[in-house]
Design a binder for this molecule. Structure first.
Ligand SMILES: [Fe+2]
Ligand SMILES: [Fe+2]
Length: 272
């Protein structure tokens, strides 16, 4: 897990998909989809922030990490756009307005906020998601015979773990400062999780769970959402990212994730 491999993946999605991707679980299904809808707005913003930082980076190792981070995120959001187009064909016209609001926010941040703010936002996002991914995926990923959208998520999450130190290092190298990173990071986490909650609530309103115990049909092949760690484990994992001593360099990744990284490298159309 010490190398950052850029993989171009061959995933293709059906024309239409039942948006209830986890059987009988509208809330988690729409939560996952909202996360996917967020990324083609958020990840290009992260890339813009990294590109703006590039001229200030004098350490060749950090510079190489920055470029690989940007290249991985570029693959991620393009793939999510393909998946999102499939989801959008199943309805939810109000998502347009929600996405426009988000896109406007991120363009405004790039144009009007300081580089320090934008890099602290990036690290706030990366730190929280890296910890959430570890909770969801370790020790061995989501299992065998995954539907294609879950393979996409797994590939994406593996790469998030691969580049887990980059945003932290770039912020530290170019700007630095614990308290600023802490406060902007917490605000960033509120900002993007709030959007996910709003998009999820909208989808639930448009496509509410059936009353009683009726289950929805599943044609997607994934019957259950990824297991979540206990609340206690989640709190202890998330808490550490707010401590002054936190560094993603000391985060260990389970060996099973390395195996997944090799699997997705073998599946890729192209790697660099
Ligand atoms: Fe990503
Ligand atoms: Fe990332």
């Amino acid at each position: 897990m010490d190398t950052i491999t850029v993989r171009k993946m061959p995933f293709e999605f059906p024309d239409e998909i039942d948006p209830v991707i986890f059987e009988g679980n509208h809330k988690q299904s729409f939560g996952f989809i909202a996360g996917s809808l967020l990324l083609p707005h958020l990840e290009p913003y992260l890339i813009r922030s990294m590109k703006a930082a590039e001229e200030h980076v004098t350490d060749p190792k950090i510079l190489d990490g920055l470029k690989r981070f940007a290249a991985q995120e570029g693959q991620h959001y393009r793939m999510h756009m393909k998946f999102n187009a499939t989801v959008r064909r199943s309805g939810f016209p109000g998502l347009d307005a929600l996405e426009k609001e988000l896109s406007d926010d991120y363009h405004r941040f790039s144009e009007t906020k300081s580089l320090r703010f934008n890099l602290a936002y990036a690290e706030g996002f990366e730190a929280l998601t890296m910890n959430a991914i570890k909770q969801m995926m370790e020790p061995d990923g989501f299992g065998e015979d995954l539907p294609v959208f879950m393979q996409m998520i797994e590939w994406h999450f593996v790469e998030e773990l691969e580049h887990r130190t980059v945003a932290f290092d770039v912020y530290d190298h170019v700007c630095g400062g614990y308290f600023y990173r802490l406060f902007v990071g917490i605000w960033a986490q509120w900002h993007f999780t709030r959007w996910i909650r709003r998009a999820t609530a909208y989808m639930l309103k448009m496509n509410p769970p059936p009353k009683g115990n009726a289950k929805t049909a599943v044609e997607n092949g994934m019957t259950q959402p990824p297991a979540r760690a206990s609340i206690r484990d989640q709190i202890s994992a998330v808490w550490r990212i707010y401590l002054p001593s936190y560094t993603p360099h000391s985060v260990t990744i389970a060996p099973g994730i390395d195996r997944l990284a090799r699997k997705y490298t073998a599946m890729a159309i192209k790697t660099s």
